[in-house]
Design a protein around this ligand. Structure first.
Ligand code: FES
Length: 189
């Protein structure tokens, strides 16, 4: 039988409501989404694996009109139960992403490989460490997305630059149905 309690004889400072590590990992802290399609404060389960059923496939795409998205503005949209960040990047954010191409990156990728239109960045908003949702654009040491759970810093291309996360924020399949309408979950071509 395992012991389930320890007695503490030393005096420790009172700690109220200490979050347990697992819960904290899955706390969703990104609530800065804006726009009609924004989803703030929702709990997104971290889907570790799934095999799409016909039902899921029938809802496999999410169509998003980004015509009202101003430069520097980001929305979070749900796609297959997961959050996706869509950002209309400023010229500075694009320049920073291209500058990052020349750096030694933990998960090497050129910015141009990650965007179809340099102005529009589309990334799955799940940290590659333990699946937290990173904070919105403009956070962290690289002006991109900070994952607050354990301090992973992504750049303005969603590439991991610092912290424990091993991989870039994934780019989902998507295609532009029109200049300002994209369909997430549908491969180009
Ligand atoms: S989940 Fe650990 S840094 Fe993002």
């Amino acid at each position: 039988m395992a012991a389930i309690a320890h007695s503490h004889t030393h005096s420790a400072p009172p700690v109220l409501d200490q979050p347990d590590e697992n819960k904290r990992d899955f706390l969703i802290l990104a609530t800065g989404a804006v726009g009609a399609a924004g989803v703030a404060g929702a709990a997104w389960p971290f889907v570790q694996s799934w095999s799409p059923s016909a039902d899921v496939l029938s809802q496999a795409t999410t169509e998003v009109d980004v015509s009202n998205l101003a430069k520097g503005q980001m929305i979070t949209v749900p796609w297959q139960g997961k959050p996706v960040f869509i950002l209309r990047r400023t010229d500075d954010q694009i320049a920073a992403a291209k500058k990052g191409d020349a750096e030694t990156l933990p998960d090497p990728a050129k910015d141009a490989e990650r965007v179809q239109n340099p102005e529009i960045l589309v990334v799955l908003a799940l940290c590659s460490h333990l699946g937290c949702v990173p904070q919105p654009i403009g956070t962290g040491n690289f002006g991109g997305f900070l994952c607050p759970c354990h301090g992973s810093h992504y750049d303005t291309s969603g590439r991991i630059r610092q912290g424990p996360a091993p991989k870039n924020l994934p780019v989902p399949f998507y295609t532009f149905k029109a200049d300002n309408v994209l369909v997430i979950g549908k491969a180009t071509g």
